[in-house]
Design a protein around this ligand. Structure first.
Ligand code: MG
Length: 388
């Protein structure tokens, strides 16, 4: 049996813990490194169960505390240097990149630079730096395995197919908790309402993004880079049951879809074992019980964020990076009570049209564009919506 050594960036987060669940059911996967920001209690537990070679802790005081209290005998590293060590570690076959936000970009880039395959759960990597990342992966002949139900579905549908024969891909979206909420009711949406996703259990940032459909917008951008299609070849349809995870339509009108229960462990297992479907005891889908699958057109008036993603792709340069950065700020501002739910997309739209985009960006340009967009958005919110 071929063993795979993996490291998980963000092992205490939602994707990280589910990845470890999959690992515990896998016979052929060993853990090199686990990393966490501040959740050292859970990291300690993970160390005792999975015996990694080492850990990285990004928050300095958590690092000091862990070091002084832990029973873990492996390598204990801190911060960006620690992440650099992990993403260049020789025996590692696969890096699970599941840090939240822009923090995931550089470690993913490092891994690809060091010819380590990446199982990518961090959206921002392809959204902010899609061109750099996909070019680098091609040059170094490294693979990117998406840990996202939609992109995993498309990757599965494309196995054995010729990408030139693809007419379009159809990303499905659950529609989030406000699919049936009217626009006039949007003013009354609370943080609790928005955090209550009908199908998927996820971290808070991505749950809000699902409620505004920005998550689907970011997935459109990811698909654009992952599969090398034009933005006109990417469709989005609402499918509230989240059973069809996405589809590919070919030149002869034939459509392939990938189906399954909404469970992130399935795309995680596929990414860890690509291109194999190893045996796991995940719950099986019963279509008779599910009964009906329904589909709707997305409402771009209610969810302007989705259109913004297509706009950002058309604008090119650093536009997608800007949209992503602005959206991280607006979602955070919504979560801490500074702005309303509706303001998220209103501010995203205003910032995307006002902040200047630069063409052919280097990684330094992307880091600058990201920083700059955050500063401008924070200042805008501060002066128009009170103090953060
Ligand atoms: Mg998804």
């Amino acid at each position: 049996m071929e063993f795979r050594n993996i490291s998980i960036l963000g092992s205490t987060g939602s994707i990280g813990t589910q990845t470890l669940d999959v690992v515990s059911q896998s016979k052929n996967i060993e853990i090199d490194f686990l990393t966490s920001n501040t959740n050292i209690e859970l990291l300690e537990i993970q160390c005792s169960i999975y015996s990694p070679k080492g850990v990285v802790i990004s928050d300095y005081s958590s690092f000091l505390e862990f070091k002084s209290k832990t029973n873990f005998k492996g390598i204990i590293l801190y911060g960006d240097e620690g992440l650099e060590f992990v993403t260049s570690y020789k025996s590692t076959n696969l890096l699970v990149s599941s840090l939240v936000g822009f923090a995931g970009v550089i470690p993913t880039l490092n891994a690809l630079n060091n010819k380590i395959d990446v199982a990518l759960a961090n959206k921002e990597t392809l959204v902010a730096a899609g061109e750099l990342i996909t070019t680098l992966a091609k040059e170094n002949q490294t693979n990117i395995f998406p840990i996202d139900s939609e992109h995993s579905a498309i990757q599965q549908c494309l196995i054995g197919e010729n990408i030139d024969e693809v007419e379009k891909i159809i990303l499905t979206a659950s529609g989030g908790p406000f699919l049936n909420t009217t626009l006039s009711e949007f003013d009354a949406i609370t943080i609790e309402d928005a955090l209550n996703h009908p199908n998927w259990s996820m971290g808070s940032k991505i749950t809000i993004d699902s409620a505004t459909l920005m998550n689907k917008g970011l997935e459109v951008i990811e698909a654009y880079w992952l599969f090398g299609l034009s933005e006109n070849q990417i469709d989005v349809i609402i499918h509230p049951q989240s059973i069809i995870h996405s589809m590919v339509q070919f030149n002869d009108s034939s459509v392939k879809a990938q189906l399954g229960l909404p469970d992130m462990k399935v795309p995680i297992a596929y990414a860890l074992n690509f291109p194999n479907h190893k045996s796991y005891n995940f719950e099986r889908m019963n279509l008779v019980e599910i009964g009906n699958l329904s589909f709707f057109k997305p409402d771009y008036n209610k969810f302007p964020n989705l259109q913004l993603a297509f706009d950002a792709i058309s604008q090119g340069g650093t536009s997608c990076c800007i949209l992503n950065a602005v959206n991280e700020v607006t979602v955070q501002s919504f979560l801490n009570g500074s702005i309303s739910f509706k303001s998220i997309s209103e501010i995203n739209s205003k910032m995307l049209s006002e902040i200047k985009s630069y063409n052919n960006p280097s990684i330094h340009d992307i880091i600058e564009a990201d920083k700059n967009a955050r500063i401008i958005t924070n200042e805008y919110i501060k002066s128009n919506y009170g103090i953060l």
